[in-house]
Design a protein around this ligand. Sequence first.
Ligand SMILES: [Ca+2]
Ligand SMILES: [Ca+2]
Length: 135
Amino acid sequence: SLPPQQFWFTDTNEWLTQSVLCFKVRLTGSGSSRCSGRVEVYYSGSWGTVCDDGWNLNAAQVVCRQMGCASALSAPGSAAFGQGSDPILLDNVVCSGTEQTLRNCQHRTIMEHDCSHSEDASVICSGEALSTCHF
Ligand SMILES: [Ca+2]
Ligand SMILES: [Ca+2]
Protein backbone atom coordinates (compact mmCIF):
# COMPACT_ATOMS: atom_id res chain seq x y z
CA SER A 1 0.00 0.00 0.00
CA LEU A 2 0.99 3.60 -0.41
CA PRO A 3 2.85 5.50 2.31
CA PRO A 4 0.88 8.31 3.96
CA GLN A 5 1.22 11.45 1.91
CA GLN A 6 -0.44 14.80 2.05
CA PHE A 7 -1.21 17.22 -0.72
CA TRP A 8 -2.29 20.82 -0.58
CA PHE A 9 -5.23 21.54 -2.84
CA THR A 10 -5.68 25.19 -3.67
CA ASP A 11 -9.19 24.57 -4.97
CA THR A 12 -10.43 23.49 -1.58
CA ASN A 13 -7.83 25.14 0.66
CA GLU A 14 -7.23 21.99 2.61
CA TRP A 15 -4.71 19.30 3.14
CA LEU A 16 -5.88 15.97 1.89
CA THR A 17 -4.30 12.64 2.59
CA GLN A 18 -3.39 9.72 0.41
CA SER A 19 -6.96 8.84 -0.37
CA VAL A 20 -6.80 11.71 -2.84
CA LEU A 21 -4.45 9.61 -4.90
CA CYS A 22 -7.44 7.47 -5.63
CA PHE A 23 -9.96 10.34 -5.74
CA LYS A 24 -12.97 8.32 -6.68
CA VAL A 25 -14.22 8.29 -10.22
CA ARG A 26 -16.95 6.19 -11.76
CA LEU A 27 -18.17 5.66 -15.30
CA THR A 28 -21.91 5.44 -15.63
CA GLY A 29 -24.86 6.20 -17.89
CA SER A 30 -26.73 4.54 -20.68
CA GLY A 31 -24.48 2.08 -22.52
CA SER A 32 -21.60 2.48 -20.08
CA SER A 33 -19.15 -0.26 -19.13
CA ARG A 34 -16.29 -0.55 -16.69
CA CYS A 35 -14.04 1.40 -19.05
CA SER A 36 -16.47 3.73 -20.79
CA GLY A 37 -19.24 6.04 -19.75
CA ARG A 38 -20.18 9.35 -18.25
CA VAL A 39 -17.50 10.55 -15.87
CA GLU A 40 -18.62 11.13 -12.30
CA VAL A 41 -16.36 12.14 -9.45
CA TYR A 42 -16.91 11.83 -5.73
CA TYR A 43 -16.43 14.90 -3.61
CA SER A 44 -17.49 15.83 -0.12
CA GLY A 45 -20.05 13.08 0.24
CA SER A 46 -21.70 13.07 -3.15
CA TRP A 47 -21.16 12.12 -6.73
CA GLY A 48 -21.17 14.72 -9.47
CA THR A 49 -20.53 15.18 -13.14
CA VAL A 50 -17.82 16.85 -15.22
CA CYS A 51 -18.53 19.53 -17.82
CA ASP A 52 -17.21 19.01 -21.34
CA ASP A 53 -15.66 22.51 -21.58
CA GLY A 54 -11.98 21.88 -22.24
CA TRP A 55 -12.56 18.14 -22.12
CA ASN A 56 -10.23 16.24 -24.44
CA LEU A 57 -8.20 13.07 -24.88
CA ASN A 58 -5.61 14.15 -22.29
CA ALA A 59 -8.28 14.47 -19.64
CA ALA A 60 -9.81 11.18 -20.71
CA GLN A 61 -6.40 9.55 -20.34
CA VAL A 62 -6.26 10.60 -16.68
CA VAL A 63 -9.71 9.09 -16.06
CA CYS A 64 -8.80 5.88 -17.88
CA ARG A 65 -5.69 5.56 -15.70
CA GLN A 66 -7.69 6.24 -12.56
CA MET A 67 -10.20 3.60 -13.55
CA GLY A 68 -7.47 1.03 -14.12
CA CYS A 69 -8.30 0.90 -17.79
CA ALA A 70 -5.97 1.15 -20.77
CA SER A 71 -5.48 4.16 -23.02
CA ALA A 72 -8.20 6.65 -23.88
CA LEU A 73 -9.79 6.20 -27.29
CA SER A 74 -12.07 9.22 -27.19
CA ALA A 75 -13.42 11.92 -24.93
CA PRO A 76 -17.03 12.45 -25.94
CA GLY A 77 -18.85 15.52 -24.65
CA SER A 78 -22.49 16.56 -24.94
CA ALA A 79 -23.77 13.86 -22.59
CA ALA A 80 -22.88 11.04 -24.97
CA PHE A 81 -23.84 8.51 -22.28
CA GLY A 82 -26.90 10.43 -21.12
CA GLN A 83 -27.28 13.33 -18.74
CA GLY A 84 -26.40 12.96 -15.08
CA SER A 85 -28.58 14.33 -12.32
CA ASP A 86 -26.01 14.92 -9.58
CA PRO A 87 -24.28 18.30 -9.12
CA ILE A 88 -21.85 19.46 -11.80
CA LEU A 89 -18.59 19.34 -9.85
CA LEU A 90 -15.86 20.06 -12.37
CA ASP A 91 -15.68 22.56 -15.25
CA ASN A 92 -12.94 23.80 -17.58
CA VAL A 93 -10.80 20.73 -16.91
CA VAL A 94 -7.37 20.97 -18.53
CA CYS A 95 -5.00 18.02 -18.16
CA SER A 96 -1.63 17.28 -19.68
CA GLY A 97 -2.50 13.58 -19.54
CA THR A 98 0.10 12.56 -16.97
CA GLU A 99 -1.79 13.59 -13.82
CA GLN A 100 -2.62 10.98 -11.20
CA THR A 101 -6.21 12.13 -10.83
CA LEU A 102 -8.61 14.65 -12.30
CA ARG A 103 -8.08 16.87 -9.31
CA ASN A 104 -4.45 17.27 -10.27
CA CYS A 105 -5.61 18.81 -13.53
CA GLN A 106 -6.48 22.47 -13.83
CA HIS A 107 -10.16 23.17 -13.33
CA ARG A 108 -12.48 25.75 -11.88
CA THR A 109 -13.23 25.70 -8.19
CA ILE A 110 -15.27 22.61 -7.47
CA MET A 111 -18.99 23.21 -8.10
CA GLU A 112 -18.39 26.50 -9.93
CA HIS A 113 -19.45 26.14 -13.55
CA ASP A 114 -21.40 27.62 -16.43
CA CYS A 115 -22.64 24.28 -17.75
CA SER A 116 -25.75 22.17 -17.95
CA HIS A 117 -26.05 18.40 -17.88
CA SER A 118 -26.33 18.43 -21.67
CA GLU A 119 -22.57 19.07 -21.52
CA ASP A 120 -21.66 16.09 -19.35
CA ALA A 121 -18.23 14.67 -20.19
CA SER A 122 -17.55 11.02 -20.93
CA VAL A 123 -14.65 8.75 -21.78
CA ILE A 124 -14.10 5.66 -23.84
CA CYS A 125 -11.01 3.73 -22.75
CA SER A 126 -9.56 0.75 -24.52
CA GLY A 127 -9.33 -2.64 -22.87
CA GLU A 128 -8.52 -3.19 -19.26
CA ALA A 129 -5.31 -2.77 -17.32
CA LEU A 130 -4.39 -3.46 -13.75
CA SER A 131 -5.43 -0.69 -11.40
CA THR A 132 -2.82 1.00 -9.27
CA CYS A 133 -5.51 2.19 -6.88
CA HIS A 134 -6.59 0.14 -3.89
CA PHE A 135 -9.75 1.05 -2.03
CA1 LIG B 1 -19.50 22.77 -23.37
CA1 LIG C 1 -17.12 26.25 -18.50
